[in-house]
Design a protein around this ligand. Structure first.
Ligand SMILES: C[S@@+](CC[C@H](N)C(=O)[O-])C[C@H]1O[C@@H](n2cnc3c(N)ncnc32)[C@H](O)[C@@H]1O
Length: 665
């Protein structure tokens, strides 16, 4: 058997390496080889011929000849893969080596120090884990990340519910002064459509160092195919994807800023290490575990084989030690029986609370203190009214005060009586009133002042089950409850601070920020149509009453500005992704030849000479090929090319672009 046949036979033994129609997932295997994947390497080692060919013996150790293996996988005619033959004729090389073959220096994962560019909704490709992972060189990166031309600007408000033309962006000097930002900072809420990496870079000049909170809920990499976007990256691609964006996001955070990254256990450990590196381990605050589901139905099918997941994880980092939090509380679910005394301030004596409750006929003679029911109206009324008198005892550090109090023998000692720092002691222990445990909380859709406990890093009180239609948009399985965002925004920001989410999805972060008086910036590439964040925010302006509306007494109003990054090559990618057949792709190719920017080493003549080979590829391969030959530096129009007539930038677009970047000032 020829070596390639042996290899094919062996690779086909591993179901993860084969597509549904029995073809080798070549790019997956190459990527695994580049990651020194243990399964792949042991499969090769198990075959004597492959072991001889792809391993070098150094003393007693076998070393994987990765470069040779990758080269072999990529070589012309391998496995009769005409796609490769076609691709190899096209080129895509740097220094004489094919891009995918270049085994860049790797610290933790391949491509770590490169920018990965690409789309996200590649329905047909995602099962094969193909994501554009073109590695770009430094000068290409600079061009890619240049600020972009803006288009389609509209301001939505009660007066303009469907979005109206706008003269310029608001820069309210007074508000900026109040919040300590430069007077000319944009004060409009912004929703930006376009690739989030490029949008983040376009925002830098205006917003660097000004954003108080970034919350993101990126794809968890669940390998679940039910999302509209790709949720099936390989580890290294996902990490590079996150790293590129987090590094840019960090620059936008203010010195007091905080970032909350919502993932689950699949990538959390990797993300923690990555984020430690980006934000500094000293700036790691905590990981919050949020109960996000209840075990029922299909979720529990494999309960005998695994431990069912019930939580999301939110990594929290600060930009610098200047960051602070506003402590948040949750309502107690039942009476805390440590509160078991009742104070008589006149006589400075105390009685057991149970006795007082029975005397007041709140409880009956045989009751226990645990029967005092926080959810019973009469009981609730009693403890709210007597919150300054119901007490618990706690230890205190001051030996002096403790011994003085002990000497008073059953008498309450009050230090600093009537002052804000009043403190009580009883028989050597501090006496703390319930009033110090009453805090503002959101409970049953309203804001109340009630018996509560400090929220720490375990949040099990947010309803994830009945929130799917919040905001009047549907976003199955991936949407977060407004209550979660309200909590995070309150914890990390003050009124008018800037909040940002660059994986906006259905717009939960911005909807909540709008309702509770924070400025926001939301970025999303996909258009979710009737369920898009723009629709949701229109509903919010129109005073929709779901989510946290009631708790914050939301009455509607306000405005936001919608902007798009002006597409160029991205337009072709969008068309390629939705193309239904080869005919459609061929007409896109005809237009690409006339109008698109192709990679510098793509020879149009050669492409056309080999067009029959192209036609012989399957649809997914044809799409991948056309996307690959497009120059990814030209996905969107660079601001610096605004006056280049090739890009057909309208006067309207020039006006908003100049206004946004303050180019006329
Ligand atoms: C879990 S959803 C966010 C849901 C959002 N928190 C909400 O409550 O509606 C993840 C978001 O990341 C976006 N996303 C997925 N893959 C992406 C990619 N490759 N590049 C940029 N954004 C991506 C998706 O479009 C989606 O909006």
């Amino acid at each position: 058997m020829k070596l390639y046949q042996t290899l094919e036979t062996e690779l086909k033994k591993e179901p993860n390496f084969v597509t549904d129609n029995g073809e080798i997932k070549k790019w997956v295997i190459i990527s695994k080889a580049q990651n020194y994947d243990a399964d792949l390497i042991s499969l090769l080692l198990d075959n004597e011929e492959l072991k001889q060919k792809f391993f070098i013996k150094v003393k007693t150790v076998l070393v994987f000849n990765q470069a040779l293996f990758v080269q072999f996988m990529e070589q012309k005619n391998y496995l009769n893969d005409s796609y490769t033959a076609f691709k190899n004729k096209v080129g895509l090389t740097i220094d004489g080596k094919y891009l995918k073959q270049r085994n860049e220096v790797v610290l933790v994962w391949p491509f770590k120090d490169c920018v990965l560019e690409g789309g996200q909704s590649r329905e047909e490709d995602k099962r094969e884990e193909i994501f554009f992972n073109e590695t770009l060189a430094q000068d290409e990166i600079t061009q890619l990340l240049e600020p972009k031309v803006l288009t389609n600007a509209k301001r939505y408000s009660l007066q303009n519910p469907e979005g109206g033309m706008m003269e310029h962006l608001e820069r309210n000097a007074e508000l900026n002064q109040k919040r300590g930002l430069p007077e000319n900072t944009i004060t409009d809420n912004l929703i930006i459509k376009g690739n989030n990496l490029l949008a983040l870079h376009s925002l830098k000049e205006e917003f660097a160092g000004k954003v108080k909170l970034i919350y993101i809920d990126p794809p968890f990499n669940t390998r679940n195919d039910s999302f509209k976007y790709n949720d099936s990256f390989n580890h290294s691609t996902w990490l590079s994807f996150m790293r590129n964006r987090l590094t840019a996001a960090k620059d936008l955070l203010s010195e007091e800023g905080l970032i909350f990254i919502n993932v689950d256990d699949i990538e959390e450990a990797y993300l923690k290490v990555l984020s430690d590196e980006i934000f500094g381990i000293a700036n790691f605050i905590n990981v919050i575990a949020v109960k996000s589901s209840t075990p029922s139905g299909t979720k529990t099918v494999h309960k005998d084989k695994t431990i069912i997941k019930q939580k999301d994880l939110i990594l929290v980092y600060r930009k610098s030690p200047k960051a602070t939090f506003t402590p948040k509380y949750k309502r107690k679910e039942k009476w805390d029986t440590h509160f078991n005394y009742f104070l008589n301030k006149e006589t400075k004596t105390i009685k057991p609370l149970l006795k007082v409750l029975i005397e007041n006929q709140i409880l009956t003679a045989n009751s226990k203190l645990a029967d005092f029911d926080i959810n019973n109206n009469a009981h609730h009324e009693f403890y709210i009214k007597n919150a300054g008198l119901i007490c618990q005892t706690q230890s205190h550090k001051s030996e002096d005060l403790k011994s003085k109090s002990r000497s008073l023998n059953n008498q309450v000692m009050i230090v600093n009586e009537g002052k804000s720092n009043e403190i009580m002691f009883y028989n050597g222990r501090q006496l703390t009133p319930l009033s110090s445990s009453l805090n503002r909380v959101i409970y049953n859709n309203s804001t109340v002042h009630d018996f509560s406990m400090l929220l720490c890093d375990f949040w099990d009180d947010i309803d994830f089950q009945n929130t799917q239609n919040e905001g009047g948009v549907s976003f199955p399985t991936a949407k977060k409850p407004e209550m979660l965002l309200a909590r995070i925004i309150e914890l990390a920001t003050n009124e008018n601070d800037i909040v940002m989410d660059y994986h906006l999805g259905s717009g939960t972060t911005c909807a909540v920020a709008h309702k509770i008086g924070r400025q926001y910036i939301g970025i999303e590439q996909l258009d979710y149509g009737e369920n898009d964040s723009v629709k949701r925010l229109q509903n919010v302006i129109n005073s929709e009453q779901s989510g946290v509306s009631k708790a914050y007494n939301w009455r509607g109003g306000g405005s936001f500005v919608y902007l798009e990054l002006k597409k160029y090559n991205q337009t072709f990618i969008d068309q390629i992704e939705v193309a239904k057949d080869t005919t459609a792709l061929l007409s896109i190719w005809a237009e690409m030849k006339a109008k698109s920017y192709l990679n510098y080493n793509v020879d149009i003549k050669k492409q056309d000479e080999h067009i029959e080979e192209f036609k012989a590829l399957n649809l997914a391969e044809q799409k991948q090929h056309l996307e690959e030959i497009l120059d990814k530096n030209q996905l969107y129009v660079n601001r610096s090319a605004m006056n280049n007539t090739d890009f057909e930038v309208s006067d309207e677009e020039k006006k908003i672009t100049n206004d946004f970047y303050q180019l006329n000032k």
